[in-house]
Design a protein around this ligand. Structure first.
Ligand code: DGL
Length: 268
């Protein structure tokens, strides 16, 4: 009955587009309303209380637009606020941390998993708990990577952007030295620089938190009888709380299709 309603997806900025892309590629009939809270980016250096307030405002905005479920396309908001959102809103709320942890726990052979994420997400300990809920004796080494989100939001996502490559080397090398065989990109922004990560560290498994959540989203929608089976290609509406033009330009590069002129400003 409600299956044609859109899925609401939110992040602090561009990162959640990694979830949008995965939905477009794998659940093509789903409609999406995307909200990038770019006025408040980065979330990763804010307190849990501030992020929970942003997450509530984002969710309320999306619910007012008529969504059937919420995909928190942000590790930092998932770590700090998912439980509260589930308690306060009566619709499915899917996060990114548990699905990515499950995938990493499945992939690691030596039970040593590395995580790079925002400072707040690392501080929450959410990834350690989630990975160990799947493999109790897995060692989890986490490193905050505060320079990455500002670099990515500034469009420094290309192989020739030496500042970005240098930051990735600085954050990931200590984890490699700990002997990890699997690395979780524990921030949905980081897959925008996946090519650089792969080139620098070709010998480890890499788990992207955004795309890993797709299976959980599918399972939940199916269980709730909410999958859109219309057979009609879904549409995406893009909203940002900050400057629409910047988001449109960079988002289009990542999505591989122009969304310039299609991004609206959300007043929250
Ligand atoms: N992309 C978000 C995450 O997955 C937030 C990054 C930020 O705004 O600091 O954590």
């Amino acid at each position: 009955m409600s299956n044609k309603k859109p899925i609401g997806v939110f992040d602090s900025g561009l990162g959640g587009l990694t979830v949008v892309k995965a939905v477009l590629e794998n659940l093509p009939y789903e409609n999406i309303i995307y909200l990038g809270d770019s006025l408040n980016v980065p979330y990763g250096d804010k307190t849990s209380g501030q992020i929970t307030e942003f997450a509530f405002n984002n969710t309320k905005f999306l619910i007012e637009k008529g969504v059937k479920a919420i995909a928190i396309a942000c590790n930092t908001a998932d770590a700090t606020s998912r439980r509260e959102l589930l308690q306060c809103f009566d619709l499915p709320v899917i996060g990114v941390i548990s699905p990515a942890s499950e995938k990493a726990a499945r992939l690691t052979k030596n039970k040593k998993v590395g995580v790079i994420a925002t400072a707040t997400a690392v501080k929450s300990g959410a990834y350690e708990r989630a990975v160990r809920s799947f493999v109790a004796d897995c060692e989890v080494f986490s490193n905050p990577a505060p320079a990455l989100v500002p670099l990515i939001e500034a469009g420094k996502i290309h192989k020739e952007d030496s500042e970005t490559a240098q930051a990735l080397r600085m954050y990931i090398s200590p984890l490699i030295q700990k002997g990890i065989d699997t690395l979780i990109l524990g921030c949905t922004h980081y897959p925008l620089v996946l090519d650089i990560v792969k080139e620098l560290f070709p010998d480890i498994n890499i788990v992207c938190s955004g795309t890993s959540s797709l299976g959980a989203l599918y399972d939940k929608l199916k269980a709730e009888n909410m999958l859109n089976t219309s057979g009609k290609k879904g549409e995406v509406q893009y909203y940002v709380t900050g400057e629409p033009a910047d988001f449109g330009r960079l988002g289009g590069i990542f999505l591989g299709e122009s969304i310039e002129g299609k991004v609206r400003r959300a007043v929250i």
